[in-house]
Structures are given as structure tokens and as C-alpha cells.
Design a protein. Structure first.
Length: 147
């Protein structure tokens, strides 16, 4: 699922929250962390830009968009690189995006710049699996204003 590019921001967040992405508990299980390890590691990884978590105010937990994980549940290096590029842009700095939703909505909004072979717009998060270099290049160009 992607966020509807025409819906207001709050509706796009609601659409993505309906996907019920994993919380700290689910990520801990994927990574083989105990509850105590997760309580220490996951906040560090969010702060260091290793993992993107977005705050779910309904459940009062962090949710983790699935584009970040490979089939074995491990954090994908491409996702870490993508987050590093995003976090250096003023709009997505932690002070401007404390909940993480600005980044997430942007990553899940389709764009024609990343269209598939049939011309269907894809979101950066969806395209990352198939062509990480294209996504990283697009994001850098978009954030630099040259896309």
C-alpha cells in the first residue's frame, strides 16, 4: 500500500496506520532481541538513523515501515542509506519530524519519477526493493531540488 498522494497529510498517516506495521515487540522478535535488549537497542537505532520508527498515537507505540527489512527480518543496508540521505534534509531532520511521519508519508507516496516498466508510479519505499540505486539517486536529486 502507498499513501494517496491527493489525500491530506493526516488521512495519509491514517491510511498507513491501518496497515498495522510491527512495533518494538515485533521487531525484537524478528531480530532475536530480548525485551530488555529491544528497550535499549531500538531507541538507539532510531536516534542513530539505523531504523525508521514512526510514532503511533493511537497505540502509543513506534511502528516500523516494512520496506526496511529483508525477507529474513534483518535491516536492509539500502534502507539505512536511504534514511541517512533523508535525515540530512532540513524538512526531515528529527527536530522538524519528531514523529517520523513526514519521512514515512513521503516514502510511501507514489511518483512518476520512479514508475515501473509499465509506467505505473511507484513510491520510493516500494521501488527500493527492485532498484535501490535509482531510489537513492531520485531522493538525492529530489531533496537537492534538481529532480
Amino acid at each position: 500500500m502507498t499513501a494517496s498522494p491527493t489525500a491530506p497529510f493526516g488521512e495519509r498517516v491514517d491510511q498507513l496506520l491501518e496497515l498495522n506495521w510491527p512495533t518494538d515487540q515485533g521487531i525484537a522478535a524478528r531480530l532475536g532481541l530480548t525485551e530488555a535488549q529491544a528497550a535499549q537497542t531500538l531507541p538507539q537505532w532510531r536516534a542513530q538513523g539505523v531504523l525508521l520508527g514512526c510514532w503511533d498515537p493511537r497505540s502509543e507505540v513506534f511502528r516500523y515501515p516494512p520496506y526496511q527489512f529483508d525477507d529474513a527480518g534483518q535491516v536492509r543496508p539500502e534502507a539505512v542509506a536511504l534514511l541517512a540521505v533523508l535525515t540530512h534534509h532540513p524538512v526531515f531532520e528529527p527536530a522538524q519530524d519528531p514523529s517520523g511521519w513526514q519521512k514515512v508519508v513521503w516514502l510511501y507516496t507514489p511518483t512518476t519519477a520512479l514508475a515501473d516498466e509499465d509506467g505505473h508510479p511507484q513510491s520510493p519505499a516500494a521501488r527500493l526493493w527492485h532498484d535501490p540505486l535509482a531510489v537513492l539517486g531520485f531522493i538525492q536529486a529530489e531533496l537537492d531540488g534538481s529532480a
